[in-house]
Design a protein. Structure first.
Length: 289
């Protein structure tokens, strides 16, 4: 199996070797072309999984890419590449459970194990699929190996947040932020954690930072409005929830909050906030009638 993986992942060097030899001996275009054809036949017959994986790599149609990768996997290759490529597609499509299963199969292949970056993606797939114990085990193994960066700590923070361990989540999120102070993602998570801890003032401060440091905030307006509502800042809550409803309506893919939920909280803010003073009354004094 070790040799099979080596052959699947290195057969392209045979073509490059032939190109180098042909450049040196200059056999002519016909012998050169015949050599390339022989390599293609050898490539397809001895490594069909690598062949279909290569076809998928250069295809722009995502549906066809998935079809070709499934063909590659059907040959049960020793190389994990087709499994990894399909898993990444599944992760982008938020098909987390299938992505986690594919990366598990990839990690079983002979030779070196998955890279730390891919194992962190594997942990994200487990986390989003609700497999929190598996996600935590992968994250802890990465940290034990000394592989620590903003993505790993963010993953640790989010997993703890999802499991209700808010103090641990806050520590990990703050650690993730130290790697890149301009990154809004850890701050958004920190704000969510403070909201979960019912520290609405701290949540409000962090959401306001996010509004100033993201190009097109959508969900931040919603949670900022929710925080202000809890603090009794009803007029500010109404203003920010109004913006949240408008932006969620125009860009629903940018928010995990349904428009109906945002609208319900806006209605509550409107009901709780005092009526604005009519403009004519404010400018001209009280109406004598």
């Amino acid at each position: 199996m070790q040799f099979k993986r080596f052959w699947e992942e290195n057969i392209h060097w045979l073509l490059l070797l032939w190109c180098g030899v042909a450049l040196y001996i200059r056999p002519g275009w016909i012998p050169f072309g015949l050599g390339v054809i022989v390599w293609i036949v050898l490539f397809f017959l001895t490594t069909p999984a690598s062949f279909w994986n290569l076809i998928a790599t250069f295809n722009m149609d995502q549906d066809k890419v998935e079809t070709y990768l499934r063909k590659a996997i059907a040959y049960q290759p020793a190389s994990p590449k087709p499994y990894i490529n399909l898993a990444l597609i599944k992760a982008r499509r938020k098909q987390w459970a299938e992505g986690a299963a594919l990366l598990k199969e990839a990690d079983k292949k002979p030779g070196k194990r998955l890279s730390p970056q891919l194992r962190n993606v594997w942990a994200v797939c487990h986390r989003e699929a609700g497999h929190y114990e598996q996600a935590m085990a992968l994250i802890e193994s990465l940290l034990a190996e000394g592989y620590a960066n903003d993505k790993v700590y963010y993953n640790l923070a989010y997993t703890n947040y999802k499991t209700g361990h808010l103090d641990e989540a806050l520590k990990a999120a703050e650690k993730a932020r130290t790697y890149n102070l301009s990154d809004a993602d850890p701050v958004l998570l920190i704000a969510k954690i403070y909201f979960g801890k019912q520290d609405y003032a701290a949540a409000k401060d962090n959401y306001e930072w996010c509004l100033q440091h993201t190009s097109w905030p959508v969900e931040s307006y919603y949670w900022l409005g929710r925080s202000e509502l809890e603090l009794g800042h009803f007029e500010q809550a109404r203003e920010h929830l109004t913006t949240a409803v408008e932006r969620i309506t125009s860009d629903p893919a940018l928010s995990d909050v349904p428009r109906e939920e945002a609208q319900a909280w806006l209605d509550k803010a409107i009901a709780l906030s005092p009526e604005p003073i009519p403009q004519a009354t404010a400018e001209n004094g009280p109406n004598p009638s």
